[in-house]
Design a binder for this molecule. Structure first.
Ligand SMILES: Cc1cc2nc3c(=O)[nH]c(=O)nc-3n(C[C@H](O)[C@H](O)[C@H](O)COP(=O)(O)OP(=O)(O)OC[C@H]3O[C@@H](n4cnc5c(N)ncnc54)[C@H](O)[C@@H]3O)c2cc1C
Length: 410
């Protein structure tokens, strides 16, 4: 079958790679080239036990605070509030107590086999070195903040996620450079990370091309529908015809499908990084500040501080004061850190209100498949999404129950 995958981020690249392995004739199309979107500069954590929806009970009362502090962990640009409001209301509703267990189960189903499903891809692309199974460590300054996250740790424990609480001594033995202000830690020993997310996407895309896939640097401008049937994509250079189209264009995906009348409430949660080369600090595993909700990941290019959420849409320029604030946090976490050379970056997390992506056929268009909205965990969820998309196109039973991710749930 001829298949076009639009978007060569980690989700589109894994999907295209698995489709090619099934023997399809696959085009992987990206306007900027592989890995230039959100998959480029993220924190790289691979979290098989990640099962906490972003929204939870009591969200509504937090929104006013998000408007006030321009450098807080979660920020809504005041000029963007009206645009974001409908999405925020859905987000608040998704966090009702009765929804949480079902969402947690669905997140876990998508994430738990992340390593296993990357293995064949990184094996053939000869880049196994990019994936490390080191565990990740969440650190807390106060008893209060540890106690405040009990709901999350309980959700994990109920799902048999292996987690170990560390006292201050154990914490500093594991990460000696960490500030002694941090009093508690929780180790997720089964987690890990990608040492260079950008190189991972590019390596997989290059292997896809070596294996006979078609890598095209082109912008899809619309979906072709003939006689009621989706049959290709429009580009500036003409029409590209195929039997199946997979939309994996991250935070830009709904721009492509809205003309079909398909409504999916996709929002960009903009995140930032500051990567410090020559920091003099190389923790053995990613360290997460629970209070700031920021990862410190030992990447190939240096120690990367990545996280924070900003609602500001796809078109507003980055506010790099938020990346600067990550440098201040770096100093707070690791007092002996050297400033080194710093790179800054902003990326658009493609996020849906219930924290789950859409994976499956579009409403009324069985030949158009969606694979977007992986939010804060797209590096983790991409490898399994690739296996799901290949099974849907090839007519196999998908590896997990797809009901929670159905595109027409909104
Ligand atoms: C600060 C930060 C930290 C993060 N940390 C983690 C983490 O630790 N672990 C984790 O699992 N996830 C993390 N994430 C989330 C993760 O990065 C995303 O979920 C993931 O990269 C999304 O991948 P994607 O392929 O869906 O989108 P993208 O990588 O954005 O790819 C979409 C692609 O589509 C292309 N495109 C768009 N429109 C078109 C068009 N019309 N025609 C052709 N091409 C088009 C773009 O050029 C782009 O390359 C983080 C995100 C951020 C911002």
């Amino acid at each position: 079958m001829k298949v076009i995958v639009v978007g060569a981020g980690i989700v589109g690249t894994c999907s295209a790679s698995y489709l090619l392995r099934d023997g399809h004739d696959v085009v992987l199309m990206d306007s900027q080239g592989p890995g230039e979107g959100c998959s480029k500069g993220n924190a790289g954590a691979l979290s098989p036990g990640s099962c906490i929806p972003l929204s939870g009970p009591g969200m509504l009362s937090k929104i006013p605070k998000w408007l006030i502090d321009p450098l807080g962990p979660l920020r809504i640009r005041p000029g963007y509030l009206a645009s974001a409001l409908p999405w925020l209301m859905r987000f608040v509703l998704a966090g009702r107590a009765g929804n949480i267990a079902g969402l947690a189960d669905a997140l876990l189903a998508l994430h738990s086999n992340t390593f296993e499903n990357y293995e064949p891809l990184v094996g053939s692309a000869n880049c196994r070195d990019l994936i490390r199974r080191t565990g990740t460590l969440t650190v807390y300054k106060t008893d209060r903040s540890l106690a405040g996250s009990q709901r999350e740790w309980r959700l994990r424990a109920e799902r048999q996620i292996h987690q170990r609480v560390l006292n201050s001594g154990e914490l500093h033995e594991l990460v000696p450079e960490l500030s002694t202000d941090y009093k508690h830690g929780v180790l997720l020993a089964d987690h890990g990370f990608v040492t260079n997310p950008y190189r991972l996407v590019r390596s997989l895309a290059e292997q896809f091309a070596r294996d006979g896939g078609h890598l095209e640097r082109r912008r899809a401008t619309g979906i072709i529908v003939r006689d009621g049937r989706v049959s290709g994509v429009h580009t500036a250079d003409g029409e590209w015809i195929a039997d199946r189209i997979v939309i994996a264009a991250g935070a830009w995906s709904t721009r492509l499908i809205s003309a079909l009348g398909v409504r999916v409430p996709l929002e960009s949660q903009r995140g930032y990084h500051a990567t410090i080369q020559g920091s003099g600090i190389t923790p053995a595993l990613p360290v997460v500040s629970a209070e700031a909700k920021v990862y410190a990941t030992p990447m190939e290019e240096g120690l990367r501080f990545a996280g924070t959420v900003e609602f500001g849409g796809l078109d507003a320029p980055p506010d790099f004061r938020r990346a600067e604030a990550l440098i201040a946090l770096a100093k707070d976490m690791f007092p002996t850190i050297a400033r080194g050379e710093v790179s800054q970056w902003m990326g658009h997390r493609p996020t849906l209100p219930d924290s789950l992506p859409v994976i499956g056929a579009a409403p009324d268009h069985p030949h158009l498949l969606f694979a977007f909205g992986h939010g804060h965990h797209g590096m983790t969820g991409a490898s399994t999404t690739g296996t799901i998309i290949a099974s849907l196109v090839s007519g196999r039973q998908p590896p997990i129950n797809l009901a929670p991710y159905r595109p027409h749930r909104f």
